[in-house]
Design a protein. Structure first.
Length: 296
């Protein structure tokens, strides 16, 4: 309880007592701000193909946070965490334990090697890590000429394992590739995105549709500009300051489709498209580890 001494009337005198500025010291169990056991170690058990159980060695803390090594960063998870890693590769999984006040009490990491991609939920995107010219060649642009209009620009550039888009004066471009979908199946899109500066009056949106993107037309899949699956969109409240992580975490949520799911209405070729543009994208928005995978 906070006491306001100016409102205490003690007649003709106020007793002034010495006050110590030294924090209270609690022996034994500590003050609860940090975990009393800093052991964040965990075991990894393969439960089936592409499925793993992460088991923390102790639970003497407030919260577990896990980084699965897929570029999504740390997120809250249970002490015993069953995870699905659909794509072939080597993943450095990290665990940190949190005390009151958000203080990290300890960290630990282990490496998981996934030998095969899951045949049903494997990533359908080709060249989504932009590691070399072969990756870049998997993608097409609706505006191959990078120059914009009215003295502005709309530029995709490649390097350091990512693609970066910048734009000024409301110019735009669409980066896309074909994906083969099956009627009735649901698919989920995601990617790791980042910006060192944040952007102003800008959009960076993922659409999927059967309509092929074409030059001089702003792409919205088979719907309208409210049917995006994932987005960094300053009008929807994301991207105005520096960010890094999966677009499903750091981006805006579509109120009509918060999970970012595309449901195929027919079997055949659809187009996975990244539509972006804006008035001032500053240092730009970078993207890597693009994924589109079946979920049923």
């Amino acid at each position: 309880m906070k006491i306001d001494f100016t409102k205490i009337l003690l007649g003709t005198a106020i007793a002034i007592l010495p006050v110590s500025c030294t924090p209270d010291r609690v022996e034994g169990d500590g003050n609860g701000l940090t975990p009393t056991n800093s052991d964040a170690s965990f075991t990894v058990t393969k439960t089936s193909e592409n499925h793993y159980r992460l088991t923390a060695s102790n639970n003497n803390y407030i919260q577990s946070r896990w980084d699965l090594g897929d570029g999504g960063g740390f997120g809250v998870g249970p002490n015993i965490y069953d995870v699905f890693i659909p794509d072939e590769g080597t993943y450095t999984v990290q665990h940190e334990i949190i005390g009151q006040g958000g203080i990290v009490g300890g960290t630990a990491s282990q490496t998981i090697t996934v030998d095969k991609s899951d045949p049903a939920a494997g990533n359908m995107i080709q060249g989504g890590r932009f590691e070399d010219a072969t990756d870049v060649a998997k993608w097409s642009l609706t505006f191959p000429n990078p120059n914009g209009t009215d003295g502005g620009s709309a530029l995709w550039t490649w390097g350091n394992g990512q693609a970066t888009f910048t734009a000024t004066k409301w110019n735009r471009n669409v980066l896309y590739q074909e994906v083969n979908v099956v009627e009735g199946r649901k698919y989920k899109a995601d990617a790791v995105v980042s910006s060192k500066s944040g952007v102003t009056d800008s959009w960076f949106e993922i659409y999927v549709g059967y309509t092929k993107p074409t030059a001089n037309n702003d792409y919205t899949g088979d719907g309208n500009d409210s049917t995006w699956l994932r987005a960094i969109n300053t009008w929807a409240g994301s991207g105005t300051s520096a960010f890094e992580g999966k677009i499903s975490n750091v981006g805006s949520k579509n109120a009509n489709n918060p999970e970012g799911i595309f449901t195929a209405t027919k079997t055949g070729v659809a187009y996975f498209a990244i539509r972006s543009g804006g008035n001032d994208m500053k240092d730009g928005i970078s993207i890597t580890k693009v994924e589109f995978r079946g979920i049923n």
